[in-house]
Structures are given as C-alpha cells and as structure tokens.
Design a protein around this ligand. Structure first.
Ligand SMILES: C[S@@+](CC[C@H](N)C(=O)[O-])C[C@H]1O[C@@H](n2cnc3c(N)ncnc32)[C@H](O)[C@@H]1O
Length: 212
C-alpha cells in the first residue's frame, strides 16, 4: 500500500494507466510507428506484415474496417487496395495523428470511439485487427460483434500477440492488458457464423483468417 493525500492505494493502482491515457501519452512522446525508420517498421511487421495483408483478399470493391487503427501503420497499405476503409480507435490523439499520417488518402473514415460499444451504421467485407485484442477484457463480445458487422463471405483477419504478460510495463507506469489465449479465441470464433480458414504464426503473433 502507498499513501497519497491521506488516501491508501494499492501500489498497482497508482501505476496503472487506462488505455486512452497510455496511447495519448505515446503521441505526446512522438512514439508513432507510422513514422518509424525502415528497420523499426520491419520489426513491427513481425506482428503481421505482408502475409497478413495478402490474407484479407482485398479488391477495389471492398469495404474494410480496422479495429484499433493506431497511427495508420497497416491502414496505409490497405487503403490503396479497397474502396473504403473505416478506422476506429479509442485514443483521440492517436486518431488525430492517423488523420495527419493518412491525409493523402480520400477513402478513409476515422472514428474515435470504443469499438466495444460503438454502433456502426454499415457492415463490412473485410475486418482486421492487429496488436489490439489484448486491450479487450471480454473477447467473446468483440468476436460476436465482428461477426455481426461482417458481410456474407466476408473475411476477418486477427493478429493476437504471443506475449502473455498482464501489463505493458513502461517503467514509470503500467498498463493493464488481457492477454489472448489461442484456444479461447478459436472457441469464440467457432461459436459464430465464421469459420477459421487459415491459421498461422509470425515471429510475435498468432494469426487467424476467418470467413463468414
Ligand atoms: C498497439 S496499438 C496497435 C495499432 C495498430 N493496429 C498497429 O498495429 O499499428 C493498439 C491500438 O488500439 C487502440 N484501442 C485500444 N482499445 C481500444 C478500444 N476499446 N476501441 C478502439 N480502439 C482501441 C489503441 O488506442 C491503440 O491505438
């Protein structure tokens, strides 16, 4: 326990930031994977990369949703290959940065909201997400929602981090996360109308390719 202003806190509470504060702070610190030099961008590909994008089976007629668009690292590769891309992210500063980074594209719509409770007024041919699932505690609710938002024959590409830590440790604070369990994710997908059509791993992630 620690004492702050006469109040008692568990040490964990003091150092645990919420997800919006964490990602807004990364932007304040100019931590932006979109603007990384090529060697670092190549490193980030270890969670997804070209094989992940190829698995989306994109074409200029497809409407696409990215869950947790971040600053636009993957979206920059997807936008030229589809008719419309919607990117949702919970962090206002991250969405603002994504808009700046992706300003050359006129087919991207940005939504600043929590994917868990945001009500979309459209459905999608492709939904993808990388390095974001660990922020959702109720993973089954997220997968059920993806299934509802996906058109018939639509593709869902999900990259989940192999890292099983409960926290992202930033040394001066920690962010609570909910590590993804391969078997549970498979089970939740199989409970929906989606089928897993391919499953593979990259250096840092397990990838699910699903079709409805
Ligand atoms: C590690 S970043 C990954 C960004 C991007 N997918 C990439 O791989 O470059 C995770 C992103 O998910 C967003 N995020 C976390 N929880 C979210 C939620 N409930 N709804 C929407 N976005 C969320 C964060 O703000 C952050 O930008």
């Amino acid at each position: 326990m620690v004492c702050v202003g006469g109040l008692q806190f568990e040490l964990e509470e003091v150092f645990t930031l919420n997800v919006i504060t964490h990602y807004d702070k990364l932007i304040d610190d100019n931590n932006d994977p979109f603007r990384d030099p090529p060697p670092l961008r190549k490193y980030m590909d270890k969670w997804d990369g070209q094989v992940f994008i190829d698995s989306m089976r994109l074409s200029r007629t497809k409407k696409v949703l990215e869950i947790g668009i971040g600053t636009g690292r993957i979206a920059a590769k997807v936008a030229p290959l589809c008719v419309k891309l919607v990117g949702i992210d919970i962090s206002p500063k991250t969405i603002k940065r994504a808009k700046e980074n992706l300003s050359d594209f006129n087919n991207i719509e940005f939504v600043c909201a929590n994917f868990s409770d945001y009500v979309f007024d459209e459905t999608f041919d492709v939904i993808y997400s990388s390095l974001t699932m660990m922020h959702f505690e109720d993973k089954q609710q997220i997968i059920v929602k993806v299934n509802e938002l996906l058109n018939e024959n639509g593709i869902f590409c999900l990259s989940i981090d192999k890292n099983l830590n409960d926290y992202i440790d930033m040394s001066d604070y920690k962010l609570k996360i909910y590590p993804d369990n391969l078997d549970n994710i498979s089970k939740y997908i199989n409970l929906t109308e989606m089928n897993i059509i391919n499953q593979f791993e990259t250096d840092f992630a397990y990838i699910f390719i699903c079709m409805k």
